[in-house]
Design a protein around this ligand. Structure first.
Ligand SMILES: [Zn+2]
Length: 479
């Protein structure tokens, strides 16, 4: 097994991944809060989780990956109360949308996707455990964590707890470093708000305790990896550590990974700036799922990602280049034979790809290995120097890369149709399809492969599947 090295926020060092259980990685990633549609900043993080899990699996690890769905928190409770519905009714639509969005971006489902509201008993039990250890106190029906009793508080985010006022409290789920205070584990109900009747009184859990309880329930006291967006380092992950380690007496996670922010055209994304996008906003503007996935994965997770219109155009053409390359490798006219030099070249690309990802998931370097290979093999094909065994070997390599990248399968149009986008304007009449195919055949005869590829792409975008047959004719069908 190749050594995988990851940057650990806790130690500020790149460290080898050494799972507690050899051959199996147990990881917890903070999932969506389903008070609205997830935005592309969220998806930057979810794509990072997906690259991580796909790469670990490609390297032969078994995975036990838990990602929570936060279906109760301040915002959900407030929105549901304002809408006059219970929280299940309120969140149902956004949970469904999130699962659809995951499928659309080819995000593999985690092994376990627990919902907070289905684990209230586990959270109550964890709070009781902390109370037994004198780490909590009650005030006005709410239960707070006494952070002064946990000497390591601030270790992950490196905040200064010196000036902290002992006994001062914060009730919000999300707050800034200036507000480092005792935080709510359990919140007393306010009039009109959703609450549960439990052994520790009526109320609802704080956001932080949800993750500690669900992570330890499914993964044990010590996780191999805990990951999330960089905005969660404080207070969320700091508080998770305080809760979990005080309760179990063991380190909570060996490695903490955090993905950086996403900017839109160089600015922080915000509704007031009009640069706030959900996936559906981008699909409505004509962007494809594979384009968005490619753009989000192309920048290594610890670098800020600037999401731009230009970047989308480039990402789209990058995906097309890869798909066209594989199509070209599949053309039946390649002569038989095998060339050891080419085989070596392909093997090198595979090694470079894995080595880049093993180096703290450097997706930029991994992609460079893929595109360099495509360029070299394309050049060989231009010279008619590529032979069949090498073409097959190159296809196998591309399929291997795609286990992690997941952009080669041309199912964008189908996915968009499933979500209700673009069905009407995309549909071509049979006569138009025939005309385009004739033009493509003619372009190929002239060796104008660029034009031929562009037509193939146009047809693919319209949901038309082409099949080049051995006798040189072309079959097609609607996907
Ligand atoms: Zn969390």
């Amino acid at each position: 097994m190749i050594e995988i090295r990851l940057y650990n926020t806790l130690t500020h060092r790149v460290e080898p991944l050494v799972p507690v259980h050899p051959g199996e990685v147990r990881m917890y990633t903070c999932g969506p809060t389903v008070y609205s549609y997830a935005h592309i900043g969220n998806f930057r993080t979810f794509v990072f989780f997906d690259i991580l899990r796909r790469f670990l699996r490609s390297q032969g690890y078994r995975l036990m990956h838990v990602m929570n769905v936060t279906d109760v928190d301040d915002r959900i409770v407030a929105h549901a109360a304002a809408a006059g519905v219970n929280i299940d009714e309120y969140t149902a639509k956004y949970i469904t949308a999130f699962l659809e969005d995951m499928r659309t971006l080819n995000l593999e489902p985690p092994e376990i996707l627990p919902r907070a509201t289905e684990h209230i008993e586990d959270m109550v039990a964890l709070i009781e455990q902390l109370t037994k250890k004198s780490l909590t106190y009650e005030s006005g029906g709410s239960v707070y964590y006494r952070i002064a009793k946990f000497p390591h508080y601030g270790q992950l985010s490196r905040i200064d707890v010196q000036g902290m006022q002992v006994g001062a409290r914060v009730d919000m789920d999300r707050y800034e470093k200036d507000d480092v205070r005792d935080f709510a584990l359990w919140k007393a109900p306010k009039p009109g708000e959703h609450f549960w009747e439990t052994r520790i009184g009526p109320g609802r859990p704080g956001w932080h305790v949800e993750c500690s309880a669900m992570a330890m329930k499914y993964l044990g006291d010590t996780l191999d990896i805990h990951a999330g967006g960089v905005d969660l380092v404080f207070p969320h992950h700091e508080n998770e550590i305080a809760q979990s380690e005080a309760a179990s007496g063991h380190p909570f996670a060996k490695i903490w990974l955090h993905s950086e922010y996403l900017l839109v055209e160089g600015q922080k994304m915000s509704k007031s700036l009009g640069n706030f996008y959900t996936l559906r906003d981008l699909f409505a503007k004509g962007h494809k799922p594979s384009t968005i996935r490619f753009l989000l994965l192309s920048v290594p997770y610890r670098r800020q990602l600037n999401f731009t219109e230009e970047g989308l155009v480039q990402a789209r053409s990058s995906v097309e280049r890869l798909r066209n390359f594989v199509d070209r490798l599949r053309t039946p006219k390649i002569p038989v034979g095998s060339n050891p030099e080419t085989q070596k070249r392909i093997e090198k690309a595979e090694c470079d790809f894995d080595a880049a990802l093993a180096d703290d998931l450097n997706t930029a370097v991994a992609l460079a290995a893929v595109f360099d290979l495509a360029r070299d093999i394309n050049t060989a094909m231009d010279r008619e120097a590529l032979v069949q065994q090498d073409a097959l070997r190159a296809i196998a390599a591309m399929e291997k890369f795609d286990v992690v990248l997941a952009v080669l399968v041309d199912d964008d149009a189908e996915k968009l149709r499933t979500l209700g986008f673009g069905a009407a304007q995309l549909r071509l009449e049979a006569a138009q399809v025939e005309a385009l195919i004739a033009e493509r055949t003619e372009a190929k005869r002239r060796r104008d492969f660029q034009r031929a590829d562009a037509i193939r792409q146009q047809l693919a975008d319209s949901g038309i599947l082409l099949e080049d047959t051995k006798d040189g004719s072309v079959r097609w069908k609607y996907k």
